[in-house]
Design a protein around this ligand. Structure first.
Ligand code: ZN
Length: 113
């Protein structure tokens, strides 16, 4: 389970950018190739955010589909996982275009009361 360390990283970056303000909400972009368990991520977030300026913040999570380009035939594929192969059977390497991202897309803050 790598959600805990991911959550700590996300929270650390969010708190840095919050500049001492209270974090109301965070929108994350999570690619399907990251294999992040969304429910686990939410659970870890609530646990890690407790006692910080992000406590009670709403976590919006957008999952992004994975896409890759076959280096053998240049075809663009939708990927269910890293193990997928292009149907052209050249067994060429796939270049990941999207789906491996995990980033903070937006954040809403407000001054502390
Ligand atoms: Zn191909």
């Amino acid at each position: 389970m790598h959600e805990l360390s991911l959550t700590r990283d996300i929270l650390r970056v969010a708190l840095q950018h919050a500049n001492g303000q209270t974090i109301r909400s965070i929108r994350l972009h999570v690619g399907t190739l990251t294999n992040v368990e969304i429910s686990a991520l939410r659970f870890c977030f609530d646990a890690c955010a407790a006692g910080t300026l992000a406590q009670g913040a709403t976590l919006h999570i957008d999952t992004l589909p994975a896409r890759a380009q076959c280096l053998g035939c240049d075809q663009i594929l939708s990927l269910p996982s890293f193990s997928a192969l292009c149907p052209c059977e050249k067994k060429a390497r796939l270049r990941i275009l999207s789906g491996d991202e995990l980033l903070i897309k937006e954040m809403e803050t407000e001054p502390c009361a």
